[in-house]
Ligand binder design. Sequence first.
Ligand code: ATP
Ligand code: MG
Length: 273
Amino acid sequence: MDLAGMKPVGEVHADGKTFSFCSDLCAARFRTDPKRFQGEPLIHLHDVWKVFGEGEAKTEVLRGINVHIWEGDFTAIIGASGSGKSTLLNMIGLLDTPTSGGLFLEGTPITKISDDDRAELRSKKFGFVFQQYNLVPWLDAYDNALLPLIFARNGDGGLRAQMRDRFREIGLGDRMDHRPYELSGGEQQRVALLRALANDPEIIIGDEPTGNLDSVTGNRILEMLIDLNKKEKKTLIIVTHDPHIAERADQIITIRDGKTIPGHRTHAKIYTQ
Ligand SMILES: Nc1ncnc2c1ncn2[C@@H]1O[C@H](COP(=O)(O)OP(=O)(O)OP(=O)(O)O)[C@@H](O)[C@H]1O
Ligand SMILES: [Mg+2]
């Protein structure tokens, strides 16, 4: 497969095949851990466009995005305000659909599936943490965290019991019956994090998940997310303005003018021969 705009740089020969990558870093990574890069990426966006509005109000926000996200990777998405980071994240998380282009989950095309099927996939595979915590004000912390189980009609009692343990682990054991307005911003964000994890999702998506928090609380939340990536092998995709966070990622996707910047620590396997 030849991905538009990306020139192959690093080449690796394995199993009698040639794998080409868009950067030496990416090729080096393949050499050390080839199994992870075999087969299909967990998420693949191919020439994705997103256009909002029509006529004079038409805005091309994403203009031919190519992204590969491999299972278990920590991917950071960076770029200026208004560059399309949230729009891209919404595509990756199946919250919105591309105007054109291909979106593949484990090699299966997702763009043509029904809204119901997409919603089901989303609630099974993804956990979301946003900058706004969006907790339901009339539910207590425990019920807020369990909402995804209710939406997914997941009757697994084990996950409910596990949630109580998780509240304790995250230092909120005595806050489970508090409503959101009785919690600090950091506590609310931790509840939002527990909610994102309720379904034990494979993929955790964060849109500036620590943006509204002071640096100490923000760092704690971030360390928890990175821990989930490193220890539980959850695929982690976060939008951030913080270069220090991005530097810790396996892959950095930089968006500018609606496109990704090629070769900038992206993990595209460009083609296989
Ligand atoms: N539903 C929509 N209708 C019209 N324009 C939109 C819509 N959603 C986003 N946009 C526009 O698309 C552009 C990219 O928005 P997006 O929210 O993806 O940026 P961002 O990179 O996440 O910015 P920030 O860092 O400020 O959160 C902006 O110019 C925004 O105004
Ligand atoms: Mg945004």
